[in-house]
Ligand binder design. Structure first.
Ligand SMILES: Cc1cc2nc3c(=O)[nH]c(=O)nc-3n(C[C@H](O)[C@H](O)[C@H](O)COP(=O)(O)OP(=O)(O)OC[C@H]3O[C@@H](n4cnc5c(N)ncnc54)[C@H](O)[C@@H]3O)c2cc1C
Length: 382
């Protein structure tokens, strides 16, 4: 059972929460300072998680977190770049072979997330799986009282001096303290895992293919399987019935590259699953005694393929801000918040460039909306 008080509570043990925990534990140890860090996670890492591509420069973040050797030992699939039919019917290649960091990765998320949380536990972070944060109430003199419930409906209240919301799209703590989401976009992805046939042409590159109604991607998640996903917006997805198995396969079959490469591979018995992909930032990502990290602070369009990298990087930055605060009670989290705003601006520019470079379906609602809204967002964030 989680304790009744701690110095820092981290809500959620995804990549952002574990990165915060790992960096915090290391910085406190280096400063010979002790603080009780608790991380609560509602799951047991036992159901499928989406999002797998990591760019080569994530290697530097694993190094900074002190987990590079264990991460490499876990032998996730290397990712050697991407091949994309984007703006052109033919495939273009973006090869990581010349990248100074080497290759990127396609990770199996359950295994990856569980590994980072286990590493945090080895550094004296108290990790409680199966515990869900339900609510938060501010104390008058600082800190928060947090209500928790576990899988067996046991309840606990915990007081924390500082809270880190790392609960991803749930944003459970930021919601409780009234932070407002500002949406850049609202996308949907309909995805399934395929058992690949023995001589499959799906290699260790991400395959990306734009279509009139959105875009497809495919990435190997282990030696035998790949994730295949189509991204659209909800009205276009409805119009094309992309959530229906038959229609999803019919659209896949009509792609120029993806369908052919998956020929002979089979969707696993789990079938297709819809995933919301809201793209947003918060009107405030920090408060006097709290910070939001990862997707709970800024949630990216999956086209950026930077969600995990951003989760790790913001976790590291948040840990540094917290240590600064523990050293100096007058310190606030404004530098951390400014860093998030810069990151959000860079992301909007990247996203705009990507959508603007696909001109084949300029009269199709999906592409029209992304281009129009992208230009407005970049202008308003400047
Ligand atoms: C279709 C799709 C494809 C994507 N592809 C990629 C990709 O290729 N590459 C990439 O980098 N990113 C990708 N992403 C985004 C990526 O998955 C996220 O950005 C990343 O998971 C964010 O990490 P996080 O730690 O902030 O949040 P999460 O990974 O969502 O972790 C949040 C954690 O909090 C826990 N939690 C939630 N509520 C509570 C609660 N009340 N109490 C306690 N714990 C709680 C959850 O169980 C979870 O473990 C994709 C997203 C989608 C939708």
């Amino acid at each position: 059972m989680p304790p009744s008080s701690c110095d820092v509570l981290i809500v959620g043990a995804g990549p952002a929460g574990s990165a915060t925990a790992l960096r915090l534990a290391d910085l406190l140890a280096a400063d010979h300072r002790s603080a009780r860090i608790v991380m609560v996670e509602t799951s047991h890492f036992d159901s499928f998680r989406i999002g797998e591509s990591l760019p080569p420069d994530s290697r530097a973040l694993f190094h900074q977190l002190g987990v590079l050797p264990v991460f490499l030992a876990a032998q996730h699939q290397p990712c050697w770049g991407s091949c994309a039919s984007w703006g052109d019917d033919e495939l273009g290649f973006n090869d990581f072979a010349l990248n100074i960091h080497g290759h990127g990765w396609h990770v199996e998320r359950n295994r990856f997330d569980a590994l980072l949380a286990a590493q945090a536990a080895e550094r004296d972070v108290e990790v409680y799986e199966g515990w869900r944060v339900r609510d938060a109430v501010a104390f008058v003199d600082g800190g928060y009282q947090i209500s928790l419930r576990d899988d067996e409906q046991r309840e606990q209240t915990l007081s924390a001096r500082i809270v880190v919301d790392a609960s991803g799209q749930a944003g459970v703590f930021t919601h409780a303290v009234g932070a407002r989401r500002i949406y850049d976009d609202r996308l949907v992805c309909i995805a399934g895992v395929f058992d690949l046939k023995a001589d499959s042409r799906i290699d260790q590159r991400t395959l990306l293919e734009a279509a009139p109604y959105g875009w497809w991607y495919c990435a190997r998640i282990n030696a035998d399987q790949a994730i295949v996903s189509v991204t659209s917006d909800s009205s276009t997805a409805r119009l094309h019935a992309l959530s229906s198995l038959g229609s999803w396969f019919a659209h896949l079959a009509r792609t120029r590259h993806m369908g052919e490469r998956l020929h002979g591979s089979r969707l696993t018995s789990e079938g297709l699953q819809p995933w919301a992909a809201p793209c947003f930032h918060l009107d405030r990502s920090v408060g006097v005694d709290w910070l939001a990290v990862g997707d709970s602070a800024i949630s990216y369009d999956p086209i950026a393929a930077q969600g995990i990298h951003k989760a790790l990087a913001t976790g590291i930055a948040a840990a540094e801000a917290i240590v600064h605060r523990l050293q100096d009670r007058g310190a606030d989290f404004s530098d951390y918040a400014a860093g998030l705003e810069d990151r959000h601006r860079d992301y909007l520019r990247l996203r705009q460039t990507l959508y603007a470079s696909e001109q084949r379906w300029h009269d199709q609602p999906f592409w029209q909306a992304r281009r129009k809204q992208g230009a407005l967002l970049v202008a308003s964030a400047a």
